[in-house]
Design a protein around this ligand. Structure first.
Ligand SMILES: NC(=O)C1=CN([C@@H]2O[C@H](COP(=O)(O)OP(=O)(O)OC[C@H]3O[C@@H](n4cnc5c(N)ncnc54)[C@H](O)[C@@H]3O)[C@@H](O)[C@H]2O)C=CC1
Ligand SMILES: O=C(O)CCC(=O)C(=O)O
Length: 386
């Protein structure tokens, strides 16, 4: 029996996938695994026994990935599972920036009881006129699961689309419309685009990427959309840009006290992935990945360990080892088994950056001594027997 603690509400459709071998519990200290959405795990006291964290979503900046790698805790996310939900809200954001829907809505609401409202509307509506998206240019920064969908739909809306992603995956490149212009520098996006939309993860290198200098290079009247993370944008630079009308609108799914309420900031309370469909997709994917990992040791869609998949456990036992990506780790692991006359029937080793993962299927259950010897290898951080 494995125990799972949810740090945020997780869709029932996903939780219902857990078999009778899994129990969702309230006590984090008794949990083998954690399911999480946006709850901050930095600084959270976690039990030594914790094996895995599954983020039902894309962004993992709420999880201390390196610290957990050091502890042999595998962290998963659910790539692409909420991308359509975000894409659709980005389209709404584009429309809110281009047409004064909010101003018009507020006026009608404030004057709901006005005499002959339909007539008043016809004389008032000019105050809320806008522009069409067709023919305007948009820069999509980050062409992953969301960025590709946004770029493609903007193309279908008749916009001239520029895409920037120096690390674009082959999968994304295949999915991208051939009408999307490839930008090799951010400057091209900044100087050419009427709309700029951010779809990159929040990391040390992307934080503050939209600052004073970037905004200075942008076209007058640019609209900036942030459905990725608040920290990507320097709030003071945005407020200064809005004050001079260099920036026409800042549409953000991540409002904070600095920008909320400021003129021409269009705020949404982090609703990008808050659709029934996205919540179900993310939860289902996260639960399936967790079960596969806890029961079979397979790693699919990890963000701090390599993906490593030996299929369902069919051998008498499977040993899984989280270790540093150092020379001769496999040699040491197999030597321990060979020294005790254990036959390895299948094995796999994968690495990702500083970390690696080995899976060894053996013909009989390994003894406590074997596992102890493996744990004592320099660079090994966790050994499990399944
Ligand atoms: N508003 C919301 O509710 C949601 C927000 N997000 C945010 O959106 C981000 C992107 O999500 P996905 O597209 O699903 O992730 P993804 O991992 O599929 O795509 C991210 C893309 O950004 C690219 N990238 C990384 N650094 C870059 C840089 N410096 N310049 C340009 N491109 C760079 C990567 O190569 C990758 O193609 C997430 O990390 C998360 O922070 C994601 C889902 C929901
Ligand atoms: O779970 C959520 O609603 C947050 C979605 C999100 O920001 C993400 O997947 O990165």
């Amino acid at each position: 029996m494995y125990t799972v603690k949810c740090l945020n509400p997780i869709s029932k459709q996903g939780l219902d996938l857990f078999t009778s071998e899994f129990e969702v519990i309230d006590d984090l200290n008794a949990a083998d695994a954690v399911l999480v959405r946006s709850a901050k795990m930095h600084g959270l006291e976690i039990p030594k026994s914790l094996l895995a964290v599954a983020r039902a979503g894309a962004g993992v900046n709420n999880i201390p990935l390196d610290e957990y790698a050091e502890k042999g805790i595998t962290v998963f996310n659910t790539p692409g599972a909420n991308a359509n939900g975000v894409k659709e809200l980005v389209v709404a954001g584009l429309l809110l920036a281009s047409r004064d829907i909010i101003g018009g809505y507020n006026w009608v609401k404030e004057n709901a009881k006005m005499e002959d409202l339909p007539k008043a509307i016809e004389s008032q509506k000019k105050a809320y006129a806008g522009n069409e998206l067709k023919g305007k240019s948009i820069g999509v920064i980050g062409l992953g699961a969301i960025g590709v969908l946004v770029a493609n739909i903007c193309n279908r809306l008749g916009m001239k689309v520029y895409g920037y992603d120096p690390y674009v995956s082959v999968r994304s490149a295949w999915s991208l419309s051939r009408m999307v212009n490839h930008s090799s520098s951010l400057d091209e996006i900044f100087t050419k685009c009427d709309y700029i939309t951010l779809h990159v993860p929040c990391t040390d290198s992307t934080k503050g990427m939209i600052g004073k200098e970037a905004i200075f290079k942008m076209k007058d009247g640019v609209n900036i959309l942030n459905f990725a993370r608040g920290e990507l944008v320097d709030d003071q630079a945005i407020l200064a840009g809005l004050a001079t009308q260099k920036v026409k609108h800042y549409v953000t799914d991540f409002p904070n006290n600095e920008v909320a309420g400021a003129e021409s900031v269009i705020t949404i309370p982090h609703l990008g992935a808050s659709t029934e469909e996205s919540e179900d997709n993310c939860a289902e994917m996260a639960v399936e990945q967790l079960m596969n990992y806890l029961e079979n040791g397979n790693i699919v869609n990890s963000v701090n360990y390599p993906n490593c998949n030996l299929g369902d456990l069919e051998a008498e036992a499977r040993i899984t080892v989280h270790h540093k990506n150092l020379p001769n780790m496999i040699g040491q692991l197999t030597a321990i088994l060979a020294g005790e006359d254990y036959n390895i029937v299948n094995m796999l080793n994968k690495s990702k950056g500083d970390w690696a993962y080995s899976m060894l299927d053996v013909e009989k259950k390994p003894s406590k001594e074997i596992i102890q010897k493996m744990k004592e290898i320099d660079g090994v951080v966790r050994v499990r027997v399944l």
